[in-house]
Ligand binder design. Sequence first.
Ligand code: HEM
Length: 468
Amino acid sequence: MTNESLTRDVPPNRALIEERLVVWYFLASIAYLFISMLGGFLMAFQLIRHNPFNGIELLSPGRWRMIHTNAIAYGFLANAFLGNLHWIVPRLTLRPVFSRTLSYLIFAAWQLVVLSTAGGILMGEAQGLEWGETPVWIDPVAQLGLGLVAVNFMAPILKIKGPMYVTLWYFLAAFVWTFLTYAMGNFVPQYFVCGTSAGAVGGLFIHDLVGLFVTPLGWGSMYFFVPILLRKPIWSHGMSMVGFWGLAFFYPLQGIHHFLYTPIPMFLQYGAIVSTIAVEMVVLTVIVNFFGTLKGSSRALATNLPIRWFFTGMVFYAITCAQCALQTTLTFQALIHFSDWVVGHAHLVMFGVFGQWLLGVMTYLFPRLLKTEWASPKLCEWHFWLSSVGLFTMALDLTLAGLFQGWSWAALQPWDASVEISQPFWIVRIFAGIAMFAGQVLFCVNLWKTWQQSPLNKASLKSEALPA
Ligand code: HEM
């Protein structure tokens, strides 16, 4: 790949895109990924009874578990998506965002929200809502931030006259849905409802956070990058639209599938099960569309690393869907509820699917943002393989752990027996985590080396200016 080809698809008006901000968002995203992984290790070591920080309140694994998940959702994923949006939206609309100053303000405010959330959780002020542990005093700021994000990106999109590319449909919906989802999850159970109603709203919040924030941004990004990378249109535009409306209609109905067998009325539980089955079909639209587009270009899997990241994400997506088909039945829930099967599933979705896609996007965009090729393609390969194999091992390991735990409980063995059975699986998880962590370390080393050779790096400019 030449430097010329790196800049070939830049639109005529370069000033459209605030590339520096895209870099900042990606760097912030990677930093939170590291913080999150450290939290994951702390919890993982606690579970194998080797917590090196036993007795230190600020390093208690319970609190760091919450930091682990919050840093993933609001630090790693949200920052990467915001960087992504700053790249994609001006290109598809041929207009800049509403305000650059606002963009920088949102960047700073968002980091403040994520860091204050971590600080609040460490101080023991977590809100009692899964995935919404953001302390109550931060919620209004986060809500305002999401409103500003919507304004900033929706302004150029709404100026489009005529048909809109499917990516923008997904993005538009994500801005509205994320705003509403956050408000519903963080304020309704806290101030307005209690008991099983709060549980039902909490379930809806957990699921909508994945389905109406991460999913439309992820799918929209795939519909943007895959045709560009493969240099051909998506296989079926109609199918992408079916996916959009299917997501809009069925996703918000299935939150209660997280709380099957609870006192929430059974008709709501059945409703959630039926709509989960419908969403299975909807998710297939994006998977089938990807493989349809890849048909005839499968050599790209060997030659084009970002496409390989996306492909692996799609394969993991298919596995996740297969898991969902089992999970959503009452029969299977009786076995795996509260077990590590669910934790394995969560890693598969969050890192295996959306994490892989976003790391693929970064692999594609960093050379364009830094105006130079990757310093070491070999390190890029290592990043990919360590992340993918590490994640797959972790997901498989936890899935099996979940089954053994479920069988142990079904056999009415004492709780301790299931903890003992889990030990080998929890040890394997540590090694899988080390592989994933090592992959990200190599990614950063490569990024640093690439920055060293970038024409944007003042130090490299200076050394070039020196006489030989
Ligand atoms: C360094 C590697 C990692 C390790 C060692 C690790 C470990 C853990 C542990 C110990 C838990 C708590 C499990 C429990 O409560 O029984 C957890 C939960 C979770 N982790 Fe990780 N993790 C790692 C990386 C990641 C990454 C990269 C992501 C996403 C991008 C992620 C997403 C999650 C999610 C979503 C949960 C919540 C699962 C649930 O509540 O069902 N983890 N992780």
